[in-house]
Design a protein around this ligand. Structure first.
Ligand SMILES: Cc1cc2nc3c(=O)[nH]c(=O)nc-3n(C[C@H](O)[C@H](O)[C@H](O)COP(=O)(O)OP(=O)(O)OC[C@H]3O[C@@H](n4cnc5c(N)ncnc54)[C@H](O)[C@@H]3O)c2cc1C
Length: 263
């Protein structure tokens, strides 16, 4: 390792001040960031550890939404009675992230801010039409994820919570890499009133909405409605784990499973 300063603020305001240094970096669980430091992919001069900020913790129901503090670990979302009752698909998704060790370390804030193409959370955030709360504003899911490992967050902006509206029906299905358990292709479907949203992760450099499936499901909420829809492989990820064509095929299969899971 190499030398860097370590700060552990106890308020969002203090953390923001420390992040004004362009060479400082926020850390939540360190699950992604620490390996990146070890590989010298990131060389901050200061780490701002957010884990002592009480206002970024907790899961609560606020009106017709579930608000999850950014420091909440995947295992807490998976086991939350509040989440299971209001948005069971979200608890299910969290319960299938990585393995037990991963779920006990990784945070929702770190996962969403990192925007790994193979992460699960962006699918739920986009399909449920969530709102990202930050230290300076609220950002709609559709405006948040900009590209591979890129979001609308500014360098000194902290993700403080994610607000998920409670929808009528939602479901999630993914094919995971058998070694890392990261997503090869995952589809999250959600229905709220007459609006259907379908979000895909793992298949492309960034989460995306599958407009053709959304249109089909709006008039006919059933797995049959998407059976004939072929995901275009153009622009999808291809690597040693699977080709773009394979991932395109998986999108169709996972979409059908997600709809069946949603009921
Ligand atoms: C072996 C393994 C398997 C995994 N499998 C999966 C999987 O199947 N599915 C999946 O979705 N994920 C998976 N993950 C990812 C994991 O679940 C964590 O969500 C992810 O590593 C982020 O970790 P973290 O919360 O500790 O964030 P950190 O590592 O602390 O931070 C990650 C990035 O986000 C920034 N950041 C952190 N918190 C904030 C914040 N509140 N505001 C602004 N920026 C912030 C940091 O500066 C850094 O750039 C896996 C990880 C590992 C190591």
């Amino acid at each position: 390792m190499y030398d860097f300063a370590y700060h552990k603020p106890t308020s969002v305001a203090d953390a923001v001040k420390l992040l004004a240094d362009p060479d400082a970096k926020a850390v939540s669980g360190g699950h992604t960031l620490l390996p990146a430091l070890k590989h010298r992919l990131n060389k901050p001069t200061a780490l701002v550890d957010l884990s002592g900020i009480a206002e970024m913790t907790g899961i609560k129901r606020v009106g017709n939404a579930i608000v999850i503090g950014a420091l909440t670990r995947h295992a807490e979302v998976a086991n939350s009675a509040e989440v299971k009752a209001a948005i069971p698909a979200l608890a299910y998704m969290a319960s299938h992230i990585g393995d037990l060790q991963v779920r006990n370390r990784g945070t929702i804030g770190g996962s969403v801010a990192n925007n790994d193409p193979a992460a699960d959370y962006p699918s739920a955030v986009v399909a449920l039409g969530a709102t990202i709360h930050t230290s300076k504003r609220k950002i709609a899911a559709d405006d948040f994820f900009l590209g591979m490992f890129t979001t609308a967050l500014e360098a000194d902006e902290i993700l403080t919570a994610v607000e998920f509206p409670i929808v009528d029906k939602a479901g999630y299905a993914k094919m995971r890499n058998p070694a890392s358990r990261y997503v090869m292709a995952g589809v999250f479907v959600a229905k709220a009133g007459g609006t259907v949203r379908v979000a895909v992760v793992g298949a492309a450099p960034c989460v995306f909405r599958q407009a053709e499936m959304e249109a089909a499901l709006t008039s006919n909420w059933s797995a049959d409605a998407v059976a004939g829809i072929k995901q275009d492989a153009d622009g999808l990820n291809g690597d040693i784990h699977g080709s773009a064509e394979y991932r395109a095929h998986l999108v169709g299969v996972m979409a059908k499973r997600a709809i069946v899971a949603a009921g």
